[in-house]
Design a protein around this ligand. Structure first.
Ligand code: DOR
Ligand code: ZN
Length: 345
């Protein structure tokens, strides 16, 4: 197969940031994807519908003339998010999900939830309206081994949460372990999972062996090769509730190539080609269209994009960096090659 046509893909997990960095990266995301679920972990976080609506306008202002990119906004769940904010979110039509960051789990997560019991009424309102909860699924207890964070979260937090809220719809984001892959590919219709290019292509050896590779450092951190294999099997399984979520998370180059490397991989411009590479390696290229273009809209109750894109087999050099506003941003696979590219009209 040397070409592959699929519905214009959506990104169900994207960080666009704000200010000069957003001005630089939003057009790149919009060139690659039709819609994206926009993460709310700005500083300060996007916790209200009014803030989400204002952020959405700033995103539109950063897009090139004529772009049809649609940002699907989310709210950042805190210990104090009131159920009324859920009502406003649903009424707005702009907010498509609420994001749970356990406090301290990752970049700008200090305002995150300390105890989900504090959110009981708000989660109950989300159940009533079918508004999905998007989860960064890591326990953050200081004594817990960083490679065990996701598995511990599933057992100690996620499964009890699903018991307490039997109608809550949940996306386990950036699934990083075999345990997470098994959970989201089970038969629970409330549960979906997103998969990043880095977790499908790289293991912790690719992060750590032969020297630290800061541009592959993200949270949840890359796991064992056996986890990567399980993730790739899940993503390419044809399961209807697994879909594309890049977690593209740009940081200025100096924050990545630093004594304390910021977590996050920038991937918007290369992501679709990287997914194609991963799916091809699994012998499942024919399943990419569902993963990238159909399963996500089905879960969110949105139409499939009418436009298509065609991927073609052709070597493509990845730049060593892209403009990032004040500083360059370094993408996944920087300076390397991709085997697929999107055919230009
Ligand atoms: O590596 C990550 N970076 N993981 C996240 O969950 C957040 C993201 C960011 O915002 O930089
Ligand atoms: Zn993220």
């Amino acid at each position: 197969m040397d070409t592959l046509t699929l519905p214009r893909p959506d990104d169900w997990h994207l960080h666009l940031r704000d200010g000069a960095l957003m001005q630089a990266v939003a057009p790149q995301a919009a060139a690659a994807f039709a819609r994206a679920i926009i993460m709310p972990n700005l500083k300060p976080p996007v916790t209200t519908v009014a803030e989400a609506a204002a952020y959405r306008q700033r995103i539109f202002a950063a897009l090139p003339e004529g772009s049809s990119f649609e940002p699907l906004m989310t709210l950042y769940l805190t210990d104090n998010t009131p159920p009324a904010e859920v009502e406003r979110a649903v009424a707005s039509g702009l907010v498509h999900a609420v994001k749970l960051y356990p406090a301290g789990a990752t970049t700008h997560s200090d305002a995150g939830v300390t105890d989900l019991l504090l959110c009981y009424d708000t989660l109950a309102a989300m159940e009533d309206h079918g508004l999905p909860l998007l989860i960064h699924g890591e326990r953050t207890d200081p004594g817990l081994d960083i490679f065990e964070r996701e598995a511990a979260f599933i057992d100690d937090v996620l499964l009890p949460l699903l018991d307490r809220h039997p109608r809550l719809r949940v996306v386990l984001e950036h699934v990083s372990t075999a345990a997470g892959a098994e959970l989201v590919t089970g038969d629970d219709p409330r549960l979906a999972g997103t998969f990043t290019p880095q977790h499908l292509l790289y293991s912790r050896n690719d992060l750590l062996v032969g020297g630290l590779s800061p541009h592959r450092y993200c949270m949840p951190v890359l796991k064992r090769e056996s986890d990567r294999e399980a993730l790739l099997a899940a993503a390419t399984s044809g399961h209807p509730r697994v879909f594309l979520g890049t977690d593209s998370a740009p940081h200025p180059r100096s924050a990545k190539e630093s004594g304390c490397c910021a977590a996050g991989c920038y991937s918007s411009p290369v992501a679709l080609a990287l997914y194609a590479e991963a799916f091809e390696a699994a012998g499942a290229l024919e399943r990419l269209a569902d993963f990238a273009g159909r399963n996500g809209p089905a879960f969110y109750g949105l139409p499939i994009n009418g436009e298509t894109v065609t991927l073609e087999r052709a070597a493509q050099e990845v730049p060593s960096a892209y403009p990032g506003g004040e500083e360059p941003v370094v993408p996944l696979r920087a300076g390397g090659t991709l085997g697929w590219r999107v055919r230009q009209p």
